[in-house]
Design a protein around this ligand. Structure first.
Ligand SMILES: [Zn+2]
Length: 238
């Protein structure tokens, strides 16, 4: 576990929990809230990590999802079994997680099931969720998946963009990805007010020069695709 800034911790990522996990975050304090919760394979390690900073699963009030993919939220069913934590997600990814859709949750890339889980509340574009002393501003940024969102949150005077997989993540028709929609979402992200950024798949750190890096990402978007991508669960033997 790593404290990024203020009450914000990174609690799952490839080093801490499981090699296939995306970054997920804990906003500690009176209303412990996770931003994503990592995968089903990383759940036990997530629990151990939360324990290190004094939290148990039953302390978690809610998981606010950047989107409904396996590496970000497939641990939710296990968390729910040990807590009353609610799942909040945008409507665009609701059906996928409630039915455990292997394609739309990206589970097919990992050769895993997605344990279906009920959504408790929908995240809406341009809404502000108060969490303890912070205000999490939600922006619906579809493209990687229909229900992808990004968040902005000001912590200790620093404006942070939590971009999830809206920046730098993969495209596949089976995910419901849409290039044109995604491009428009990226244009919108470029207009948001932030100083630093963190993304779903990166070392657990705050990335500075964020405005320039987001603009670069926009310009590189969709220019060239790699058809040689190897799903995470496949190992070649010779
Ligand atoms: Zn994703």
């Amino acid at each position: 576990m790593l404290r990024l800034i203020g009450q914000l911790y990174v609690v799952s990522n490839p080093k801490y929990t499981h090699p296939w996990d995306a970054n997920s975050y804990l906003i500690a304090g009176d209303e412990p809230t996770l931003i994503d919760c990592g995968s089903s394979l990383g759940f036990e390690a997530l629990k151990a990590g939360l324990d290190q900073i004094g939290y148990e699963p039953r302390d978690i009030r809610r998981v606010i999802a950047t989107h409904g993919h396996w590496d970000h939220v497939s641990g939710m069913a296990q968390l729910r079994a040990e807590s009353d934590a609610e799942l909040w997600i945008n409507a665009g990814d609701r059906e996928a997680v409630e039915t455990g859709d292997v394609d739309h949750t990206s589970a097919f890339l990992y050769g895993q099931a997605f344990p279906a889980v009920q959504v408790d509340r929908l995240l809406h574009d341009d809404e502000i969720v108060p969490i303890g002393p912070y205000r999490l501003h939600v922006f619906h940024t579809p493209g990687h998946s229909p229900g992808s969102v990004v968040f902005t949150i000001e912590i200790n005077g620093l404006k942070l963009l939590i971009a999830g997989d809206t920046l730098w993540a993969g495209f596949h028709p089976k995910l419901g990805s849409d290039l044109d929609v995604w491009a428009r979402s990226l244009d919108r992200v470029c207009e948001l007010d932030f100083d630093v950024v963190t993304i779903g798949h990166c070392p657990p750190t705050l990335i500075f020069d964020a405005k320039i890096k987001v603009r670069e990402a926009r310009q590189q978007f969709g220019v060239f695709f790699n058809p040689w991508f190897k799903p995470f669960h496949i190992k070649f033997t010779y």
